[in-house]
Design a protein around this ligand. Structure first.
Ligand SMILES: [Ca+2]
Ligand SMILES: [Ca+2]
Length: 580
């Protein structure tokens, strides 16, 4: 026993270094206390500490084979566990609110109000008028629940608590009511595939093979072989209990066992917790990674659709809710009604940007996309992840004509469009940062950091904050902001653009066009991506009918007796018409 005590003390010293995180701080205090105990208490403390420390320490060393018999291990209280029944199901929003454009918002980077250099919910509330003025109808908030990563929020520690940096539950309730007053819905990022390794469920699960919550996560003994996910072996040893846990992204974010009924109930109860508060829906993270069937079958398994179909059923018991899934590997399958019902159009973004640059193959792909795919695929051009592409400004290297063509291309398509915060003002990524962080810089409200915070911001600013910021954009009638505002106004006022079908699409060289049709209402969009003017002949129309200009043209156009509409489009321009 003495040698084991020495080993534990050594482990305590090693584990108690960091004070950044509450759990680690608790570990340090515990370790100091532990060192003072008499031998009569050593074994009991050692067992408690071993089970407590296990998850917090990440389980990265390979001592699993020397585990002690810990009985049932740790029994930490789990604040986000427990049944939640469906209660208030009404919505304050218009039935088709979710067909308007969303703004994807990283709360930490949006607006600071308490001078700590980090954005918060009160800051977002202050900026709701700006978002309403732009014409946004929905907000997707990157995770705002308590996390251990202190940044992006995807390592969730408590699914029912607001991250302390962001404010209180009361702040969130106020955000919801203020957004709803402005006709905007709020959807939350829900991390269904994994939690933090500091979530109490994982601390319990990892404390002993006999723990009541063991099966909330995925354990194997001996360590499985042959696995590689995103270039890494996803199986990690735990230090004190037999077994290796599965973590598809990183050792600090263990995958839930989504075959477990308990895990399913856990998630559904947490969804209802927020739905009962009036949350308008969710964006689901990494739904291609939910269930694994082996080293060659870990992505987009058939069972994933079953999991998401059940989630969708729970959410749709509430009125006018919206959900959208992240599934880069097979977006169209997850957009179906027997799965998520809606998913991001990851395989469209490249065509939008390529078309804007005048690439004819991209223009053809863009014109064809919604001919064969679900109208519930949500178009976007960039987001918070670098794998999805750099910020649009960087992708078009600041070419404003291309930028405006890209925006017109995706904001008038079927599917709910998602704008990444700052995209509407031409925010660039940061030159001082790399990877995802470069895409997640503080919002450029002013030409310096002061519009975001009175303190030094938590992260470097966008590289073009001096030239592209809200103050500058609002004062320029020809700005990107005004361009986005006009496009959203069109979408918000024209039923066919919000919910119409996608019809009569064509592409020819560097031009393309399509119609959006809702009953008798027909809208025609024509785009010229060329750097020179082009005369277009749109054929197969009804002779004699007239089309009134809505945007990008000044006069009505009449279809010839041969069924052809002749249009002259200047270089890098587009026009929108409505059939009289
Ligand atoms: Ca703050
Ligand atoms: Ca998984």
């Amino acid at each position: 026993m003495a040698s084991k005590s020495v080993a534990f003390l050594h482990f305590c010293t090693k584990a108690g270094v960091s004070q950044r995180d509450k759990t680690e701080m608790t570990t340090k205090v515990f370790c100091l206390d532990f060192a003072k105990q008499t031998s009569a208490h050593v074994l009991k403390l050692a067992l408690l500490f071993a089970s407590f420390c296990l998850g917090a320490c990440g389980g990265s060393s390979g001592s699993a084979g020397n585990a002690l018999d810990l009985g049932t291990g740790t029994q930490l209280q789990i604040l986000d566990l427990g049944a939640v029944s469906k209660s208030a199901t009404a919505s304050a929003l218009a039935p088709d609110w979710w067909r308007g454009a969303f703004m994807q918002i990283y709360v930490r980077a949006y607006q600071d109000t308490d001078g700590d250099g980090k954005g918060d919910l009160k800051g977002l509330i202050q900026r709701l008028d700006y978002l309403q003025g732009l014409g946004v109808k929905g907000l997707w908030l990157l995770p705002i629940t308590e996390s251990s990563d202190r940044d992006h929020g995807y390592a969730v520690k408590n699914y029912r608590a607001i991250e302390a940096d962001y404010g209180s539950q009361a702040d969130f309730d106020l955000l919801l009511s203020e957004a709803h007053k402005r006709g905007m819905g709020v959807i939350l990022d829900f991390v269904i595939n994994h939690s933090s390794n500091q979530h109490p469920l994982f601390l319990n699960s990892s404390s002993s093979a006999k723990n009541a919550q063991r099966d909330y996560f995925i354990w194997q003994t001996p360590k499985p072989t042959g696995w590689q996910i995103y270039g890494q072996d996803p199986w990690y040893a735990s230090n004190w209990a037999n077994g290796f846990y599965f973590a598809g992204f990183t050792s600090s974010m263990p995958d839930f066992n989504l075959r477990s009924n308990d895990v399913e109930s856990f998630h559904h109860d947490n969804l209802r917790f927020w739905l009962n508060k009036g949350v308008d829906g969710f964006r689901f993270d990494a739904v291609g990674n939910l269930i694994e069937n082996g080293p060659g079958a870990w992505e987009v398994q058939a069972e994933n659709h079953v999991v998401m179909s059940k989630v969708r059923q729970t959410i749709m018991q509430y009125s006018q809710r919206f959900m959208v899934c992240e599934a880069p590997a097979n977006s169209n399958a997850f957009a179906q009604a027997d799965s998520c019902g809606s998913a991001f159009a990851f395989d469209l973004s490249g065509s939008v940007v390529g078309a804007a640059k005048g690439d004819t193959a991209s223009i053809q792909k863009l014109a064809d996309y919604y001919k064969t795919r679900s109208a519930n695929l949500a178009p976007f051009v960039s987001n918070h992840d670098s794998f999805a592409g750099d910020r649009l400004w960087n992708q078009v290297q600041g070419n404003l004509a291309q930028y405006k063509m890209a925006a017109a291309s995706y904001l008038l398509l079927p599917g709910t469009p998602f704008i990444y915060y700052g995209e509407e003002i031409g925010m660039a990524s940061s030159n001082a940062l790399s990877g995802d962080a470069a895409l997640r810089t503080p919002m450029s409200w002013t030409a310096d950091a002061k519009g975001f915070s009175t303190a030094t911001p938590f992260r470097a600013l966008s590289a073009n904050v001096n030239s592209q910021n809200v103050t500058q954009q609002l004062s320029d009638n020809n700005s990107l902001y005004q361009h986005y505002k006009q496009l959203l106004a069109l979408r918000n006022t024209q039923l066919a653009l919000r919910s119409g079908t996608y019809e009569a699409a064509w592409a020819f060289q560097k031009t393309m066009g399509f119609q959006r049709v809702a009953g008798a209402e027909k809208i025609m969009v024509v785009l010229n991506f060329d750097t020179q003017a082009n005369a277009l002949n749109v054929s197969n129309l009804t002779p004699g009918e007239t089309w009134a200009p809505l945007m990008g043209a000044n006069v009505s156009a009449t279809v010839s007796s041969a069924g052809v509409l002749q249009l002259n489009l200047p270089a890098q321009s587009f026009a929108v018409f409505k059939k009289n």
